[in-house]
Design a protein around this ligand. Structure first.
Ligand code: PBG
Ligand code: ZN
Length: 321
């Protein structure tokens, strides 16, 4: 006997008609890592298919992305020099400000998001200015610097700002900072619920941003906390965030659903470096059907409640859509 479930699974056309969740190339933001120089495209061993690129290479890469229908990118910078405050990140001639200007000049139709943080720019690798007594990031001094960094990005032509540092009050500080200098039209996508995660390991190879001492547990969230995860995102909504985010994605799909149900704001997930590398390495070892596992993972994000997926897989997904 075919009963009410199986009779709807026999015909492939009907199966498609009944599909509840869909993926589109419009769901994706693709991360890019920019460094100085020319003609540089260095693959990172821990993330096959992911490169540190000089600005000219990033401009070429945007042609490839547009050919695939991907018009949104998020930029990370690898500066030539690092110091205790991360000055390059607040400098109009810094790697990201220069990158944004060049990309927007060559590709005005590209939607350029910038990651707003200091860990790639500080010599100690933490996400802001250090408090020497507490040996952790000083929250309020870092807020002032985040507002400066946001203004530099916006002036250079960034279309959206994405603060990832998990400082308290960061959305208020950045919103006020942007509004004051004439950028009230620039939206903020907050890394609102970001966990202190070992899944960021490969990213820190690409971005050269590992902390030189300790870890990020005094500012990023404890992976064990669900109620706090919801409060973190709701706080950023109150402060004026336009889009919320859960990061990492795969081990936190319960949190994605929780936040989706507690807020009406659009929600992004960050399918992070470790999640990407696990699939790549499993594919290399010949133990999974890479494309199928990748697509199943992406549909899982959407089903859990994600509106936007930030992913290193975006190009490969676009090829299959
Ligand atoms: C910077 C930042 C990190 C990631 C995105 N922005 C690293 C970190 O917090 O250490 C991780 C992304 C990834 O793993 O793909 N704060
Ligand atoms: Zn950081």
């Amino acid at each position: 006997m075919f009963t009410r479930f199986r009779r709807k699974r026999i015909n492939p056309v009907l199966r498609d008609l009944l599909q509840e969740t869909h993926l589109s190339v419009n769901d994706f933001i693709y991360p890019l890592f920019i460094r100085s120089g020319e003609g540089i495209k260095n693959e990172v061993a821990s993330m096959p298919g992911v490169f540190q690129m000089s600005i000219d290479e990033v401009i070429k890469e945007c042609d490839v992305l547009k050919g695939l229908g991907i018009y949104s990118i998020i930029l990370f910078g690898i500066p030539d020099t690092k110091d205790s405050v991360g000055s390059d990140a607040m400098c109009e001639h810094g790697i990201i400000a220069s990158g944004i200007r060049a990309i927007k000049e060559a590709h005005p139709d590209m939607f350029v998001v910038t990651d707003l943080c200091f860990c790639e720019y500080t010599d100690h690798g933490h996400c802001g200015v250090l408090d020497p007594v507490l040996e952790t990031v000083d929250n309020d001094i870092t807020l002032d610097n985040l507002a400066k960094q946001a203004a530099v990005h916006a002036k250079a032509g960034a279309d959206m700002i994405a603060p990832s540092g998990m400082m308290d009050g960061m959305i208020t500080a950045i919103r006020d900072g942007l509004d004051m200098v004439g950028f009230s039209h620039i939206p903020i996508m907050s890394y609102s619920t970001k966990f202190s995660s070992a899944y960021y390991g490969p990213f820190r190879d690409v971005a050269e941003s590992s902390p030189s001492f300790g870890d990020r547990r005094s500012y990023q969230m404890n992976p064990a906390n669900r109620k706090e995860a919801i409060l973190e995102s709701l706080e950023d909504e109150k402060e004026g965030a336009d889009i919320l985010m859960v990061k990492p994605a795969l081990a936190y799909l319960d949190i994605v659903r929780d936040i989706k149900e507690n807020s009406s704001l659009p929600l992004a997930v960050y399918n992070v470096s470790g999640e990407y590398s696990m699939l790549k390495m499993a594919a290399k070892a010949g133990v999974i059907d890479y494309e199928k596992v990748m697509m199943e993972t992406m549909i899982g994000f959407k089903r859990a409640g994600a509106d936007i997926i930030i992913s290193y897989h975006a190009k490969e997904v676009a090829e299959l859509l």
